[in-house]
Design a protein around this ligand. Structure first.
Ligand SMILES: [Zn+2]
Ligand SMILES: [Zn+2]
Length: 537
């Protein structure tokens, strides 16, 4: 039912779109309303034929295919055929007398041209179409139509069964059987309605095209389609339930602060919650066709603005957006709860310009508004939105960077950065670092085993399992992943974490981690495992 409503809305708002009618027919078929489905398909076919350059449009054969299926359904529904035969026995007794041949012929003559087109389309299809449809129709119905087309004294469409060994038995195969007659009448009515519907549709189309021609482009100016938020030509216009239209990015920025229509203050909570801020296609295509130059100019403006905002991943000459919040480490997941309007905007821009990356820095110790000079690039993996516009952004740590110059854009921080990279390990240092690497890894595992299951599980659920050392850690710009995982979970304050994050010597980092591990182990021993005691109970 909903699909039907959608399709009907589509055919109303865009009456020349063949697909709308095709979808409507699909919805009607699934509702068992085959005849209405057929009527919808005839309009679909008319539109395809009117616009298609080739007579072998694949859409056309799709439509014919659907029509064949509908006929099949109608045949099955009819008492003449199929399993419904027995259930309709009582109806057979109540047949009305045959409609007078004269009356039928009269109707037929007026529609003959239309029938010819239909039946030729169908028979063309049945001779070239797929085997299954062919065997189902060509022997019975289509050949019936073909043979009767040449005979003007009979119904131009009559359903007859030529196979004497038909499973229905001799009573039902005779062409003048009341049952086949009933089917004929039903099909006649259907074809009659189809041709009437088409005529009405043609008239409606003429009316529509006249209506369009009356609109002179000279009467439309940019101020008619201006966004009341940015006072520019609407770009990617979206319309709210209250009937107001804005540029999509303008409205989204407003809703970051308050989910209400900026003009009439109607709540847009539902609009925000379903997140389907589809562009109003009619308005956009109207703008493009009536104001092509203004539209081009506006598009250029939009792209320039998008390029001008800080973005990570394009080039290091461009500032990158900075999220000031927490400590993030390379290769370690960092889930973020985004609720501040400025960061909603920042994340949206990251997604829109396709970089999906931003820098993460933590607050500096010396003040709320300052942030540390070293941070980690985060890549957005997934965003889950709440109905009020807040979101949980799943990110993964990438490269480390040092901030060279800080700036502000639309309320959030941005910075020019340089990437940090571990110094290459020299041949002479290699054995020392290899040994240190293995030792710290072993110590870390021992410590993990000693902290108790509950605490370990909590760590695993937040940060995942500790990564195993990979073969390429010596060549990685950030060293082995497991060291960052350990830094994220070890009880260190952000100042100490930041100091280790900014070290570009793997050896120094490993030594620091070893020191911390030794410290926490000693403390645990001196407290007699008190730290873990409550959790083990
Ligand atoms: Zn705007
Ligand atoms: Zn409004």
């Amino acid at each position: 039912e909903e699909a039907l409503q959608d399709a009907e809305a589509a055919t109303k708002s865009c009456p020349t779109w063949p697909k709308g009618y095709f979808r409507k027919s699909a919805a009607l078929i699934s509702l068992g309303r085959y005849e209405e489905a057929f009527l919808s398909l005839t309009i679909c076919m008319y539109l395809i034929k009117a616009t298609s350059k080739s007579s072998e449009d694949p859409a056309l054969s799709q439509v014919i295919n659907e029509m064949m299926k509908i006929f099949h359904k109608i045949f099955l529904q009819s008492p003449v055929t199929g399993s419904t035969l027995k259930r309709h026995t009582s109806e057979q007794l109540q047949f009305t007398p045959y409609p007078s041949t004269k009356k039928l012929n009269g109707r037929t003559d007026r529609r003959r041209q239309g029938y010819k087109n239909w039946s030729s389309d169908l028979s063309e299809y049945s001779s070239s179409g797929d085997e299954c449809e062919q065997s189902m129709y060509s022997g019975k119905s289509c050949s019936g139509w073909k043979s009767s087309r040449s005979n003007h004294h009979h119904e131009s469409i009559s359903v007859t069964h030529h196979h004497s060994h038909n499973s229905m038995g001799p009573n039902y195969t005779h062409s003048s059987s009341p049952l086949t007659e009933q089917l004929n009448v039903r099909l006649n009515r259907l074809f009659g309605r189809a041709s009437q519907d088409l005529k009405c549709f043609e008239l409606r189309l003429k009316g529509l095209s006249k209506g369009l021609r009356q609109t002179s482009p000279a009467l439309i100016s940019g101020s008619d389609v201006e966004c009341s938020l940015c006072y520019r030509l609407l770009f990617q216009p979206v319309s709210t339930g209250c009937g107001h239209t804005f540029c999509r990015c303008c409205l989204e920025r407003c809703m970051d602060h308050n989910p209400a229509c900026p003009l009439c203050k109607t709540s847009l909570q539902n609009y925000l919650a379903n997140r389907d801020h589809s562009v109003t296609e009619f308005l956009e295509s109207a703008i493009r066709s009536f104001l092509p130059n203004e539209y081009e100019e506006r598009l250029k403006q939009h792209l320039e603005e998008l390029n001008a905002v800080p973005s990570a991943g394009k080039s290091l000459d461009v500032d990158i957006p900075i999220f000031v919040c927490t400590m993030a480490f390379p290769t370690i997941p960092c889930p973020l709860h985004v609720f501040e309007p400025r960061y909603r905007l920042m994340i949206r821009r990251c997604m829109e310009n396709g970089t999906n990356k931003f820098g993460m820095c933590c607050y500096a110790a010396d003040g709320e508004h300052n942030y540390g000079d070293v941070g980690t690039l985060l890549e957005i993996r997934n965003i889950r939105y709440f109905s009020d516009g807040r979101s949980v952004v799943d990110t993964m740590g990438c490269r480390r960077f040092r901030v060279l110059r800080k700036s502000m854009v639309d309320g959030y921080n941005a910075a020019k950065i340089e990437l940090l990279q571990d110094r290459p390990i020299s041949e002479t240092d290699m054995p020392i670092i290899n040994e240190l690497h293995d030792k710290v890894f072993k110590e870390a595992n021992e410590w993990l085993q000693s902290i108790g299951q509950v605490r370990r599980q909590r760590i695993h659920s937040h940060f995942g399992l500790m990564p195993s050392p990979t073969d390429d850690w010596r060549d990685s710009p950030d060293g082995p992943s497991w060291t960052w995982w350990l830094l994220a979970i070890l009880p260190l304050d952000s100042k100490a974490q930041l100091a280790i994050l900014s070290m570009c010597s793997l050896q120094k980092r490993l030594e620091c981690i070893l020191k911390v591990l030794t410290f926490v182990k000693n403390r645990m021993n001196s407290l007699g495992g008190e730290e873990t005691q409550p959790e083990q109970q």
